[in-house]
Design a protein around this ligand. Sequence first.
Ligand code: ADP
Ligand code: MG
Length: 339
Amino acid sequence: MRSSANWRKALLLVALLHACSAVDEHSANFVLFGTIVSIHAFDTTEPAFSDAMSTLETRFSALGVDWYPWADGELKRINAAIAAARPIDVSPPLASLIKAAARFEALSGDRFNAGLGHVSALWGFHALPAGVTSVPDADAISAILATRPGASDLGWQHLTMRPGAASTLLDLGGIAKGALLLEARRLLLQHGIDNAIVNLGGDLLVIGQVHGRHARIGIQSPHDDYPIAGLQIASGEAVFTSGNYERYVEIDGTRYPHILDPRTGQPVRHTASVTVVHTDPVLADAAATALLVGGGADFDALVDAFELEFALLIDASGDTRLTPGMRQRLHWTATGNSQ
Ligand code: ADP
Ligand code: MG
């Protein structure tokens, strides 16, 4: 087995801090569990930027443990309580993330499901040290799905969570990056940085402007590294792309992408990529995942359910679906589709 889904495996946090050419422009990159976190800030000073970066790194590495179901942090303890049918008190940030996940499960008609950790583990998507060498047993998947795992049936009394289906293993990977971007914005603004782009492995949030102008970004082709289209991103907008081409396990020469269809427990192959632009990064993250699962067939219904203005879907055969708003904003490159 070969896995590209090992981005969270190593607890590696390397900071490569360097000032850019312009005096008031600074950038930093660090690797958090295999995902490159990259921050570009404008109109700030070096001391303010370094200070913000060290706060951000500390916070991100703590959240990376607490929000990852297979690390020794809060989400692991919550999952243990669910398995043991015990109620548990949950911290405010994680409680609001789990409640948001339940909302997205309902909105997406279960295309999005944050309770599939046990199915994901059968596929080896969180890079078990031993890995997996064969496709998981269909009966094992059905047995998990039969009890309807998910965040939706968890009960809440303020911050106390009552467990639902014992087969639920919460895995917030479908919205965690959105929530991390919100946290990054809060910390940057706290440090007086109000013009910046925060990029988490290709999913990004724009705060303010770039030298007085809107940021311009490229949407990567699902098939190679070239941008297929570009668009301007206003202050406060996030851009999320879910793809089935970047993270997958390979078993006997076949690639199995890491996003699962909650109705079957099978990796999604019918969609190549989805890009969503929205001012709420958590919603954008969830919607991109849900649209990928729904594919072209559910595109209109999910766009309506999530009330999306800007979404683009490219299916496995290269056909595209766009909302009218996205059609207006996109500039196709020569390598992209010119519709
Ligand atoms: P990416 O941006 O890397 O393509 P996504 O935001 O789509 O990732 O989230 C994928 C992650 O979400 C998986 O690694 C897993 O943790 C979790 N996941 C997989 N399938 C689903 C699903 N149908 N609904 C919600 N979360 C999912
Ligand atoms: Mg997502």
